[in-house]
Design a binder for this molecule. Sequence first.
Ligand code: NAD
Ligand code: ZN
Length: 344
Amino acid sequence: MKALQYRTIGAAPEVVEIETPEPGPGQVRLKVSAAGVCHSDEFLMSLPEDQYTYGLPLTLGHEGAGVIDMIGEGVVGVEIGDAVAVYGPWGCGNCYTCAQGKENYCPHAAELGITPPGLGSPGAMAEYMIVDNPRHLVPLGDLDPVTNVSLTDAGLTPYHAIKLALPKLVPGSVAVVIGTGGLGHVGIQILRAMTSATVVALDVNEDKLQLAEDVGAHHAFLSDEAAVDEVKKLTQGLGAHAVFDFVGIQPTMTLGQAMVRVQGDQVLVGVGSGSLPVGMLDRPYEASLRSPYWGSRSELFEILDLARSGAVHVETEVFTLDDAPSAYEKLHAGNLRGRAVIVP
Ligand code: NAD
Ligand code: ZN
């Protein structure tokens, strides 16, 4: 089968022919319908050899959807022909954390060598993929796999980040979204659907600011010092109730710190290696700083239902598997609108 693999440190991913995998006991094989392109893929492909821990060659794709086409020995509860989305942050499935559906925080995954598809295990950018356990599949039902596959990460991650901040996002509140790309443009819609907050979007790219407004941001500003004043103007000088940072580099974290209010939430989602001092006099009193990772299994059901209600959609640009390397080039150049999706 054809697959998109990262094969050489520092080189672009390549379309290659590899053996079609067979599901082992307890596993399920999907004929892939769609796979999303995430900035995290670019992050891992930017790592130098001594920091790269994902294995080579790596079939990319941690956002996956497909149709079950083969079932391993002992698998029950799913049928050949079911259309499903893949829950990516696989855990051990047996511990207290996993029992809560929070496999994204399974404390045993690392020691057991369990890695998400596309981030260690073979991912969804292939004609077929293996899912380790049917509990990692969520029925898509009537949702189109191509326009909804990215909800498995670009939807689930902001959903989880925003859900934790909901108590702060009361009527009259202001929420800031920094970085309105794949995750951010879905985050804006989640905020509009689940809160009555005024939503302020910040980005460095005018097209992304336009996208932010198109999907429901009340205000969109360039991401610079002047944005702090704009947020202060909207909040009687007090600052935002929550800031969601989908970039995570030093300038955006510093901006977030400057615009969050006393008792506000600063939520760091972007993997940009910025950092902030957290001392008594460094931040507004009781302003929290959190760095959530992906989301829980039940939250994937919830974000898919939110999409089914019509409240959230993913702007998608579709590429074939042969053309997948160009999707990464476009992501790198910063001129994708929403999410790139690979359709094998
Ligand atoms: P993306 O490339 O689609 O979007 C990033 C956006 O940030 C773009 O619109 C870009 O113009 C904008 N941007 C760049 N510099 C900026 C700045 N200084 N100020 C404001 N905006 C700026 O990326 P994505 O796929 O949406 O991923 C976003 C980040 O989230 C990445 O760092 C990714 O690795 C990370 N991520 C984290 C998790 C998690 O679980 N925490 C999950 C998925 C992705
Ligand atoms: Zn991702």
